[in-house]
Design a protein. Structure first.
Length: 205
């Protein structure tokens, strides 16, 4: 792989990662409810989820999903249901903290990593995207495995950077929202975004 192709891959991937999606909504919600250190625990889960999706696409799972409408729908519905579940759980945590009741609004870092991993990995569109995206930056006349490893590692590094930036920006914004009522409103908006993202995922083809 020549340097021009690699740099083009970096530019194209960076442009894609700028667009907010369900994972970004999850990160913003955790940042608002638990702070930067809590949300940062989700970053390894996002990276692992993307690596799983990329590996599955390379193994041909994307082709299987393209030919099996039932499997695609099942996996998509599982991902959408999990997003909606996380949204309602986040909303319940906000309400519990408002009423003074005990809640798990500050979940363990292990659970945060797991949630981020599942949200990222349970997305059949990501698998199909990778199976269409990655071959455009590989040279069939050269050894494929080193190229794939380079692309995956590059993608992982860009994901780490982009998610860290989202968490940092969200934390900076929250630090300016000193009013507890405003912070609760933002948390509810984040929870609502997750539910909306899940419904949109379930409704789209």
């Amino acid at each position: 792989m020549n340097i021009e192709v690699w740099l083009t891959f970096i530019v194209a991937t960076s442009a894609l990662l700028v667009l907010p999606g369900p994972v970004v909504m999850l990160l913003l919600g955790y940042t608002v409810s638990g702070g930067r250190s809590i949300a940062a625990a989700a970053i390894p889960g996002v990276v692992l989820g993307d690596m799983v999706a990329m590996t599955l696409s390379l193994l041909g799972v994307g082709m299987i999903l393209q030919t099996s409408a039932f499997l695609f729908f099942t996996l998509k519905l599982a991902g959408a249901t999990y997003l909606i579940f996380l949204g309602f759980k986040m909303w319940a945590g906000v309400e519990a903290s408002t009423s003074g009741a005990r809640s798990d609004a500050s979940p363990s870092r292990t659970r945060i990593l797991r949630d981020a991993f599942l949200v990222t990995a349970l997305n059949p569109k990501d698998i199909m995207f990778f199976i269409a995206f990655l071959p455009q930056f590989s040279n069939p006349t050269q050894a494929i495995l080193p190229q794939i490893i380079l692309l995956e590692l590059t993608f992982a590094a860009l994901v780490v950077f982009s998610t860290a930036v989202w968490v940092f920006l969200a934390d900076r914004a929250v630090s300016r929202l000193r009013n507890p009522e405003t912070q609760r409103l933002v948390s509810r908006c984040g929870a609502g975004w997750l539910v909306g993202a899940g419904l949109l995922t379930a409704a789209t083809a």
